[in-house]
Design a protein around this ligand. Structure first.
Ligand code: SAM
Ligand code: SF4
Length: 346
């Protein structure tokens, strides 16, 4: 057992054991994958078929996730959690986990990232459980292209999910779209118009080398700079927003006529590693200190053997301490991780 007490200060709260890495980055933001299963097969994430999912017994239970998050929030300064997957809404009773997490007073934000297919049915229970922030992934408004990108014919369900989220009254709804050079330029324009019509911020994510098919190539990345040029030409001049959110991976822009907000997550062209405050918990209880990490640290075994909090924290701190300076996508040394996005938890 560790008796070392380190005291730091995050958001004016005394934190006994802040999760600081060797570059001084303090980790306050956790993404929790609740499943690796998914009801889509997006080509930039999953293989088309023969996916081997984790057996049910190997998933952390909601109680185990809550215990972990509670420990990180009360002792280590964790303030933000985002639930993701795979597709988090395919896991039964997700609103129960949301409700458990909402009882942790140190958490300032709890969010969910979903493909929206099951949101139509689940928006209300999730809201009632206390969820207020939701990101919905949607790359195109064209039915045929949706089928091509996701290998499923479900655009109508996603649109119904977005509408349900709006009706229920979430405080923050954002759309995430992966941008791919030579493929999604036209979608960019229609989603830009959608942002203007609905008032929902649309954020474009540069395609990252995390696809199961290992088909990523630098030439397929549609860079933020190019997207800004296209949107400004086809719709209206895009200008950077005045307010900059430290640690937020997306940089926000606004159309010059004041209608519509667009964000860019430029992980390839403008990596935000120097400000990164995130770590991840996979569905089977592994800590990853970076999306692109080659290593992971098991906490499932600790959670199941009933160790004290300090032992758990020691293990997490070892992982955070080993975090590299950056992801190195732009260096010749870069190696794509074995695990694709759906299995890590994007
Ligand atoms: N299934 C949920 C969804 O799609 O929103 C949550 C998990 S998904 C892995 C989380 C996010 O990762 C989605 O917004 C998805 O578009 C993004 N993503 C998946 N593969 C990606 C890749 N290779 N490059 C960039 N973003 C990717
Ligand atoms: Fe499923 Fe999300 Fe990956 Fe698409 S991006 S295959 S919806 S996990």
């Amino acid at each position: 057992m560790s008796f070392k007490i380190e005291v730091g200060n995050i958001n004016n709260q005394q934190v006994q054991r802040p999760l600081t890495d060797s570059f001084g980055r303090v980790h306050t933001n956790l993404r929790v994958s609740v499943t690796d299963r998914c009801n889509l097969r997006c080509f930039y994430c999953m293989p088309a078929e023969n996916v081997q999912f984790l057996p049910r017994k190997d998933l952390l239970s909601y109680e185990e996730i809550t215990r972990f998050v509670n420990c990180m929030a009360t002792r280590c300064g964790l303030t933000k959690v985002r639930l993701t997957g795979g597709e988090p809404l395919v896991r039964h009773g997700l609103h129960e986990l949301v409700s458990q997490l909402c009882s942790i007073s140190q958490l300032k934000e709890i969010g969910l990232t979903t493909n929206g297919i099951l949101l139509d049915q689940q928006a209300q229970p999730l809201f009632d459980a206390g969820l207020r922030r939701i990101n919905i992934s949607l790359d195109t408004l064209d039915r045929e292209k949706f089928k091509q990108y996701t290998r499923r014919d479900n655009l109508d369900k996603v649109l119904a999910g977005i509408e349900a989220a709006q009706n229920v009254g979430f405080e923050s709804i954002k759309i995430n779209a992966v941008a791919i050079q030579g493929m999604t330029e036209q979608d960019l324009v229609s989603l830009g118009q959608f942002a203007r019509e609905t008032g929902i911020e649309v954020r474009f994510i540069e395609f990252m080398p995390l696809d199961a098919d290992h088909a990523w190539e630098r030439e397929k990345v549609l860079y933020a700079e190019k997207m800004i040029e296209i949107l400004s030409k086809e719709i209206c001049q895009l200008n950077p927003c005045q307010v900059v959110h430290k640690n937020a991976p997306a940089v926000s822009y606004q159309f010059a006529d004041g209608r519509g907000k667009i964000g860019f997550i430029s992980s390839v062209s403008r990596p935000f590693c120097a400000q990164c405050n995130r770590f991840r918990l996979t569905a089977e209880g592994k800590i990853r200190n970076c999306l692109f990490s080659q290593d992971e640290t098991d906490v499932m075994e600790l959670l199941r053997s009933g160790v004290e909090d300090d032992v758990l924290i020691d293990r997490v701190m070892q992982s955070i301490a080993a975090k590299k300076e950056g992801h190195e996508i732009n260096s010749a040394k870069f190696l794509q991780p074995d695990r694709p996005m759906y299995s890590i938890g994007g």
